[in-house]
Design a protein around this ligand. Sequence first.
Ligand code: KG4
Length: 343
Amino acid sequence: MKILSIESSCDETAASVAEGREILSNIVATQVAEHRIYGGVVPEIASRRHAESISAVVEEALSAAGVTYSDIDAVAVTFAPGLIGALLVGVNFAKGLAMSLNAPLIPVHHLRSHIAANYITHKELKPPFLCLMVSGGNTLLVRVNGYTDFEIIGKTRDDAAGECFDKSARSMGLEYPGGVTLDKIATKSDFKKYPMPRPKVDGAELDFSFSGLKTAVINITHNASQKGEEIDVPVLCATVRERVCDMLIENTLKAVELTGLRDVVIAGGVSANSELRDRMEKVCEQRGLNLYYPEKKYCGDNAAMVAVQAMYEFEAGNVSGAELNAEATKNIDYYKGVFKKGD
Ligand code: KG4
């Protein structure tokens, strides 16, 4: 079954053709350079650029896969969560395409597809497993019971880990996307130079809190600029990165203990973080756990992961008709039974 997939939830317009876990093409048109001058994604600009480039991106995905529209068996699209105007471009394009091809329309939740990015890199991976889902807008610990069966067992109470990285980086004057830049220039030395809080959520040992850390970094940079002092940026970057990774790893290990699961998966944009990968490798090896994370090209937003998750959604009967709408916020586990074949 060949699935054509579309992703437009934030600032990448992407399309892919896949057959099962085999990716036939994976095209991503990124808008990063344009948003960089504003220090973050400007939703209105993102929607306009999606509308301008989506046709060409889809055409390129077909041609790179060596197929035509008549070879496509189903159309998949990210419908939630994300920037509403951006999502609407992809959803409406996919609806029109599915109707014109008389093909099923498969709505895919963005976070489910981030998890599915791991199926591309690790062909042997199958549920059940524990997933640390870390992106720009979400930080969750998810028990993945089946390909379309998700249970949130831990979540952030405020900011996502990626948001903490991005805003910390911005306050240090680093280029957007800050998390990537922060990871590149962080140097390990003198973690005591900039004291940071170690946030814990009382009574919810699997939950996270990153806003205090973000505020601590902003205070450090503001105080320094008021006093005319220089910040040691590489050290401050390394200190934030270490503290974020401490929290992510500690809670993941607690979740391993509580669930008894032995396969641990990392997903989302922050899964590209070098320290998170290195330290998770070490702790998992020490405990005899199997660790999985996606290839770097599948960590950020892309449509290949959407196509792969779409196959499992299709098998579960999660298809939609022309009534499909984009949703800015929806939990990963919310739509059990909402989309059904023939609706
Ligand atoms: O999953 P993603 O591409 O978009 C969302 O769906 O949110 O994640 C983007 C986030 C951004 O916050 C970005 O700064 C962060 O992932 N990120 C990183 C790294 N690469 C991307 N954060 C830390 N270290 C990295 N190497």
